[in-house]
Each structure stands twice: as C-alpha cells, then as structure tokens.
Design a protein around this ligand. Structure first.
Ligand SMILES: [Zn+2]
Length: 340
C-alpha cells in the first residue's frame, strides 16, 4: 500500500511538470484526485488493513493527497500568472508610437461652389428650395410656355421615362411648383441636377447641375435683375469682374438675356478658352413671361418677376480655372484634393 502511494506521488510529479494549460491541469486533477482515482481508492480501502498498519498508511495517504492538492493549486497559480503576463504583453500600448495618419475628405468643387452661390443669394434674402428630378411633361415644358411640338421639346435632348414622365432638362420647373404654392413676394434659388441626352466632352455631360433663381413681387424690373446678377458675379468672382448682357430668347421669360463674364483667363483679350470672344457665356435670365405667371394664378398686371438659370459646372470652371468638365465626374483624388 505504501509503495502504491509513493508510486502515485512520483508519477504525479513527472506528469505535473509537463502541464502547460489550465485544461490539462484540470484533467490531471480528475485523474489523481477524482472519485475513481488511485488515492481515493487507497483511502477507501484503509478499513481492510490491520489495526497496526492503518495509522501509518492512513497518514501517508493523507500526506500524498495534500501534496497533490497543493501541487495542483501551485501549478494553477503559475499558469494563471503566465496567462496574465501573455495578455499584458499582447495588449500593451506603446504610447511612444506615432499616431496613424488618417485622410479627411473634402467637398467636391461642384458642392463647394453651389454652397458659395446659395450663400450669396441667401445674403440677398433668397431662400434655397428643392424640387423633383423626375418631372412631368407639364412642369418641364407646358407650364414654361413650351406646348407640344415646340422645338425645345426635341426628344433628342430629353430622357423620357414614359409619355408623361421625364428627367428634368432644367431646374426652371421648380419655379412653377413654387409659384403654384406660394403667393408673392417670392425669392428662391434651387440648385440641382438636370439631364440632357448629350455626349460627354470637355463642355457637355448628360448630367450636370444648375442653379435656378426666381424673384416675383410688385414692381420688379429688369434693372433689379441686372443689379442682382452683377452683385452675384462680383461676390463670386471678385469686384473687378466685368459682365455684359446680350438679348436672347427663352420661352418662359420675356424679355430674355444671356449674361457673359469677361474671360478669367485672358482678361478680355481673347484666348482658347473664350474662343477669342473675350467673354464667356455664363447664364440665361429674363423677366418671367406673363403667361407663366397667369398659369400659376398670379396676375401679371399686378406682379412681375425675374428668373435666371446658372450652369454650376461652368461657374465652377470659371472660379477654379478648369478647362475640362469631365474632371468633375472622374473622381480622381489628385484633382479633388486641390479643393480643400
Ligand atoms: Zn479668354
């Protein structure tokens, strides 16, 4: 019996040295101290021994059991400590390590110039409104004085969804929606996407941006339009920017004009960008056609107004001296990063 107990102790000592994890240690504990272990078996069979042998063997059996229990606890403590040290090592934060650089995005030049333009008009008392990109034939054409068979309705230029729905070809449709809803005085600008079935080149794109403006009140005159536009251009491009108005035709304004700014590249002497004109066409404008007002139940004898539509890409090209519109849509970060 004594030999058996000493054999258990020495085989335990050999095994415990090889234990490397808490799981293995638990298996070892079950093997040596579990209900079916040899030590328990010895303790159970003490009763079969003679009265002389029993105290000595009993003492030894208890000593061996206590030794096993203590050794396992000691090993558990060592393993826990090792585990904690490994975790500390793994989760260590090196406070001297330089921080990782992260990239901040910046506004797209189109968004940036749109905001600037809206801010200029807001400073003059205009509010910014929005309208649907999918429009009905009525708002895109008919209400703007372009009845069926009007040349501006050429299907070559318009993306139709069905007979009645289309992708708006200008932001001017928002004017009608506003005038139907609000009684004068009205002063709004509406930036947004417009769609034409154009091929992509340096100055054309099937999707581009416009900023539409409308002011309707009693006694609004063409000189109000001119003054507003000149103020806007000087705010956007600088005090010394020269502008000129040329007569033009739009179905929804009468009289109508186009406004040009002096070429930002050559200062009016003539160059490739302005096609030797010295001026660059920037937007169309005019006095709201009485028929458009009438359709919105506004009496053209009492109220008058002006409207304008600015190509935002063209305005941004002038502001940032960009000579190819495609750069706006290619998402090349080397280009976009310049507009921080
Ligand atoms: Zn020029």
């Amino acid at each position: 019996m004594k030999e058996r107990l000493l054999g258990i102790k020495s085989s335990f000592c050999a095994e415990v040295g090889r234990i490397g994890s808490i799981e293995e240690l638990e298996k070892l504990r079950v093997k040596y101290l579990g209900r079916k272990s040899d030590v328990v078996d010895v303790l159970k069979s003490l009763g079969k021994l003679s009265v002389e042998e029993r105290p000595a063997v009993g003492r030894l059996a208890n000593e061996v059991r206590d030794f096993l229990v203590n050794s396992i606890e000691k090993k558990r403590y060592e393993l826990d400590l090792k585990d904690i040290r490994t975790r500390i090592q793994r989760e260590k934060i090196d406070v001297t390590e330089p921080g990782r650089e992260f990239c901040l995005g910046n506004r797209h030049p189109i968004n940036s110039v749109t905001r600037t333009m809206c801010d200029i008009f807001k400073s003059m008392g205009f509010s910014v409104v929005d309208g649907p990109e999918i429009e009905t034939d009525y708002y895109n054409f008919e209400a703007l004085n372009m009845p069926a068979h009007h040349p501006a309705r050429d299907t070559q230029d318009t993306f139709y969804i069905n007979d009645n729905l289309l992708l708006r070809t200008q932001t001017t449709c928002v004017q009608v929606r506003i005038l139907e809803r609000e009684a004068p005085p009205v002063r709004v600008v509406c930036p947004g996407k417009v769609f034409r079935s154009d091929d992509v080149d340096a100055t054309h794109s099937p999707v581009f941006h416009q900023l539409e403006g409308l002011a309707v009140d009693r006694g609004v005159s063409f000189s109000d339009l001119k003054g507003t536009m000149e103020f806007f251009i000087k705010e956007l491009y600088g005090e010394g920017t020269k502008v000129r108005f040329r007569p033009h035709h739009f179905s929804y304004t009468e009289p109508s004009a186009e406004m040009d700014i002096q070429c930002f590249e050559c200062g009016g002497r003539g160059c490739r960008i302005c096609k030797n004109e010295g001026y660059i066409e920037l937007f169309g404008c005019g006095m709201v056609h009485p028929e458009v007002l009438r359709r919105c139940n506004i009496d053209p004898e009492v109220y008058s107004g002006f409207a304008f539509g600015i190509g935002i890409e063209r305005a941004a090209m002038g502001k940032y001296r960009i000579d190819d519109m495609r750069l706006f849509y290619e998402n090349d970060v080397r280009f976009l990063r310049q507009f921080v």
